[in-house]
Design a binder for this molecule. Structure first.
Ligand code: R5P
Length: 292
């Protein structure tokens, strides 16, 4: 990006992204700034940056989901801007609302654009990861903006796990499965749904056989887990030896994690959203985007 990313870079991590902020500081050889975040009794957010940032390049790292973390991000931007900083790079590892990137019905907002519009004014550069709607980046139209992919880190992780086949849950995400598989050094395919009768839907790889293989189902977001649970049950019936569910953004609404753990042998996600499944860091990709 246009920023210097020298050893003067300082990383301000929000409470949703402390782990990634630490990894990013290591990757950039940057300083991790102490940040105080707390909630008042009425649940309003309080933040305080514990260092003098005058003259420095600063990266703020905070996932913009759920809503309370968006408010915290905006407060962190304001707190950082109170210093005479050289530049602010806003890193939003998981960009919420990206599934509402257009008006589906009259009267709706374009929610992802709204989020871009409130984050951009306090940023000199913007980085996000595997954003669900790539059009989001275009709404950062006055600053350098990048969407980086977690696939190199996911692929390397799955190689260590001995994965032999990478599957995307549908044809739309087949290219992502291919990129992950190319790093993992194995084959890729996508799952096809076939309605057998009114009550039965079969899901199977389009061309390859999962039987006897360690298989990874890779998606950008796991939300309810419904897609992956269904796919896993079917792959099990087709003789897959081991089934690993992997996503960049582990949203995991309600009881998704226990349901996924029952259906799959392993469940992994990256640190764009921190949870008990977080096992992969996207820090190297974010660091590269900031450096370049
Ligand atoms: C959809 O467009 C996304 O890529 C994911 O496939 C979807 O969000 C997964 O949802 P769920 O976990 O609820 O099946």
């Amino acid at each position: 990006m246009t920023l210097s990313a020298t050893d003067t870079m300082h990383i301000v991590g929000g409470s949703a992204s402390g782990r990634l902020a630490g990894e990013l500081a290591k990757n950039l050889g940057a300083e991790l700034v102490e940040v105080e975040v707390k909630r008042f009794p009425d649940d309003e957010c309080y933040v305080r940056v514990g260092a003098d940032l005058d003259g420095l390049d600063v990266a703020i790292v905070q996932t913009a989901w759920p809503d309370r973390n968006i408010v915290e991000l905006l407060l962190l931007q304001d707190a950082v801007r109170e210093f005479d900083v050289s530049s602010v790079t806003t890193v939003v590892p998981y960009f919420g609302y990206a599934r509402q990137d257009k008006k589906f019905k009259s009267g709706e907002p374009v929610s992802a654009r709204m989020l871009a519009r409130i984050i951009q004014p306090q940023s000199d550069a913007f980085v996000t990861v595997d954003v669900h709607a790539p059009s989001v980046v275009a709404w950062f139209d006055r600053i350098p903006a990048k969407n980086v992919s977690a696939h190199p880190e996911v692929g390397a992780f799955l190689k260590r796990e001995g994965v032999e086949l990478v599957l995307s849950p549908d044809e739309g995400r087949r290219d992502n499965a291919k990129m992950v598989a190319s790093v993992a050094g194995c084959e890729a395919d996508f799952l096809v749904k076939e309605r057998l009768d009114g009550a039965t839907v079969k899901m199977a790889p389009k061309s390859l056989d999962a039987s006897g293989k360690t298989v990874a189902i890779v998606d950008d977001i796991i939300s309810t887990g419904g897609t992956i649970v269904k796919a896993s049950e079917q792959l099990r019936q087709q003789g897959a030896t081991k089934i690993i569910a992997v996503c960049t953004h582990g949203v995991f609404s309600s009881d998704a994690i226990p349901r996924l753990r029952e259906a799959c042998d392993e469940v992994f996600s990256t640190d764009t959203i921190e949870s008990s499944t977080t096992a992969i860091t996207v820090a190297p990709q974010v660091a590269r985007a900031i450096r370049e």
